[in-house]
Design a protein around this ligand. Structure first.
Ligand code: HEC
Length: 134
């Protein structure tokens, strides 16, 4: 009995560590996300549609320019990456769509919040935040 308890106590930190979301770890979408077909690839209104989403749902944390300086950002434990940065912009549309769909930690899953098309539109809007300087 005592042995079993000791074993449990020893294992607990290991188990707890594995169950916690990988806070601070780089967030990578699975490779299959890159193969997702963007239904708005040829939609000239995609950016406009995405802007509506971003400026109503996303800016509160990410900030209007995507830098992560929205009014709610201070309360976050994990600071979101600058959405205009090379790290984010180098990801495929599919990967960004996947992240918006599934979320992680404080970044909620938007699967049940907005439509599939709206999530793809948000990706198109994120492209407009790309920093061109440097
Ligand atoms: C409650 C605050 C909050 C809101 C609202 C929010 N996000 Fe996030 N977002 C985060 C946080 C925090 C992260 C970083 C998560 C992590 O790395 O674990 C993140 C990460 C992301 C990423 C991944 C960036 C990377 O590192 O690759 C994308 C893309 C993104 N958000 C888009 C959106 C979009 C689009 C919306 C609106 C539909 C949105 N977010 C709404 C907090 C938020």
């Amino acid at each position: 009995m005592a042995y079993k308890m000791t074993l449990l106590l020893l294992l607990f930190p290991v188990l707890a560590f594995q169950l916690l979301p990988a806070v601070g770890e780089p967030w990578k979408a699975p490779p299959e996300a890159d193969a997702l077909v963007d239904p708005l690839a040829n939609d000239p209104k995609a950016v406009q549609k995405g802007q509506k989403i971003f400026t109503s749902l996303c800016w509160t944390c990410h900030g209007m320019s995507g830098k992560g300086d929205g009014p709610n950002a201070e309360a976050l434990n994990v600071q979101p990456a600058d959405l205009g940065s090379a790290v984010v912009q180098a990801q495929t549309n599919g990967a960004l769509y996947w992240k918006i769909t599934h979320g992680r930690g404080e970044m909620a899953s938007y699967e049940q919040v907005i439509s599939k098309e709206q999530r793809w539109a948000a990706v198109h809007y994120l492209r407009t935040l790309k920093q061109t300087t440097k």
